[in-house]
Structures are given as C-alpha cells and as structure tokens.
Write a protein that binds this ligand. Sequence first.
Ligand code: HEM
Length: 186
Amino acid sequence: MSVATTANGRLDYSAASKWLHWITAIIIFGQIPVGFLLDDLPEGRVQDLGYDLHRSFGFVVLCLALARLLVRRIYGVPAAYAGLTPFELRASTFAHHALYVLLIATPLLGWAATSAYPVAVSIFWLFTLPPLAPENEALSKLLFKAHEISALLIVALLVAHIGGALMHRFVKHDGVLARMWPRGRS
Ligand code: HEM
C-alpha cells in the first residue's frame, strides 16, 4: 500500500491537483489533434477561428501547468506508490517531470513562433499577449518546428503515461489510478 506523506496525511493527490490534472487532460486531448489538423484546413474563417482557439487554450494550458506547480508546493503530493517496481518509479518520475517541462515549453514555443510570424496572440478575443520574439520568418519556422516536436514528445509520453495508469488499474488491480481519481480515497 502507499504511504501518506502529504502535509494533511492524504494517500491521494489534493483536490486542487486532481482538478487541474483532469482539466489539463481534457484540453490536451482537444488541443493536440486540432493543432496538427489546423494547417490542412483551407484558409478562411474556420481556420482563423481554429488558430485563435488553439492559441487561447495553449495559454490556458501554460497557466494550468504553472498553477499545478504552485499547488504541489502548497498542498504537497503523496509519496510514490509503495508497490511500484524500481523501474516504474524511475519511469513515472521521469515522465511526470518531462510532462511538466513540455506543458510549459510547448505553449511558450507556439507563442514565440506566432510572434515571430508575426501575428498577435489574442486570448479569447479579450486581450492580446505581448510578443515573445521579434518578427523573423526563419526564426518563426524554427520555433514552429520546435513547437511541433514538443507536442509530439507530449503524445509519446502520454501513450506511456496513460498505458501505465490503465495497466495498474486493469492488470495489477492496485491503487495507483485512485490517487488521481476525482473520488479517490483520502
Ligand atoms: C486518461 C488520461 C490520464 C490518466 C488515466 C492519468 C492518470 C494519472 C495518474 C494515476 C497519476 C498519478 C500517478 C501517481 O500515482 O503518482 C497522474 C499524474 C500525472 N499526470 Fe496523468 N493521466 C492522464 C492524462 C494526463 C495528461 C493528458 C497529462 C498532461 C498532458 C497528464 C500529466 C500528469 C502529470 C504531470 C502527473 C504528475 C502529477 C504530480 O505528481 O504533480 N496526465 N496521471
């Protein structure tokens, strides 16, 4: 069984961590396929709307990732699940850290690439972000490539992450998924 080590002695993640995890997951499941499809749409209003929404939700993902890091500091996290093998422990720690880095890097690269294109990044038509990079076509292409690679790395990590979570739930029948489940134990 896992050990309770959060400040308040919970076995599972804090409610705030769980909310932020699942809201991020829902957005990412829309954001990544839409990001790859947008380029193939014919130029026009639908594509413009898609780009505006993709940029806006990308900014939300960035804010959520920063909020998650803050929530981890404030509420802590449960200790690693005690039943993990040494390999599972190393692999899941690496995947979680890498996902945090990529959830911050990918929107920043998209924002910088758009600034260099140059297009202003409007967030839900409410306000505009300041440019992150100077106008430069070659730089914009490079940053968009890095943005795409970063998104592909998220996909690769998520295949392992989700596969691991489902394997714990349906093959090992242990309590790993319950630690992040909205109505998991406390
Ligand atoms: C069906 C989808 C998903 C499932 C079933 C799932 C499951 C889980 C579980 C069970 C944990 C806790 C692992 C532990 O015991 O420590 C976890 C943590 C985590 N998940 Fe997911 N996840 C999913 C989607 C995602 C997505 C889309 C992302 C980000 C793009 C993500 C990022 C993370 C991160 C960064 C952590 C570490 C949290 C922390 O320690 O602060 N997950 N996930």
